[in-house]
Ligand binder design. Sequence first.
Ligand code: UDP
Ligand code: MG
Length: 336
Amino acid sequence: MAGFNLYESAAPAFRFPSCTMSESPTIKTITVVIPVFNEESGLAELFKRLGAVFDANSAWRWKAILVDDGSRDRSATLIANQQMSDARFQLIQLSRNFGFQAALMAGLEQARHSDAVVTMDADLQDPPELIRQLAEAWHKGADVVLAVRTSRQERGLRRVGFELFHRTFSALVDNPVEPNTGTFGLMARCATEALLDLPERNRFFPALRAWVGFTVAHVHYARQERFAGEPGQTFSRLVRYALDGIFSFSYLPLRMLTLAGLFIAGLGFSVGAFFVVRRLLGIEIAFTGFTTLVTLLLFLGGVQLIGIGVLGEYLGRIYDEVKKRPHYVIKPGPRP
Ligand code: UDP
Ligand code: MG
């Protein structure tokens, strides 16, 4: 009689190919996924440095997928030209600007069957030369290799924002993102597939990568200045991205509301009891306290509106999930 196989009956989405490097002699493919938005001034340098890394490490088969996220400059044309002269480079063009996360997912989806995927920015803040170390860490048995920054180039408000977000986020979630890591890193096929099989719409790549788990290794590097051009991630977009991260990975804002409600209700009860007791004891209550009333009214109104806002943040995200819209739309064929 055939025995019951627990693993055979498991849902297919949770069965992955072996994550460790097999001893088979076939050359492993590593695909580098790069979202690109208005990066025309730095692309030639990126191709040069990436090409040199590929040439110098022939133990692996290399591919670069550059996802043009609706650039308004010549980025797509430059990538298409590069693809014509070097087949290791491939252009994926989105139909409009969907944002960094969507572009990254589009590239990862195309690279789903590579043995490993490297994710990095196009602006050369992540040095392509580090990819070799990432691949070596993978070769030694890591499934997820994180590039950890030993220095940060951001200054002023941006820097304060990044620090604040990292601290808040780490305190809020169960699987905190490693400090000083961003997009740059490598994932073995099993980790990529696990991440891509997650059904949710709201994507926050570093946290999802932390969520899927597997064996993690670290490689340290000094984050560079942007090679050319301006950051495409505006401050407001980064704030939205940060809020997405918090609301998609934590229920703590909801719990804090419950606690605030309990605290204010308790306070109200105590104040009420205080006045009832005074009355019973026959202590005169003066009919003053207009300022107190107005302050309390505004304070409670404010707390309730914050509560509705927090609920709205979750509700909006549930709405997004229910709509099931795709993350991105790919434009067919490269632009001539
Ligand atoms: N990017 C993108 N879509 C956008 C904005 C940015 O694909 O809407 C790309 C950009 O070309 C770069 C990466 O995402 O390769 C990181 O962007 P940026 O350098 O502006 O972000 P920062 O380094 O400030 O986090
Ligand atoms: Mg950058």
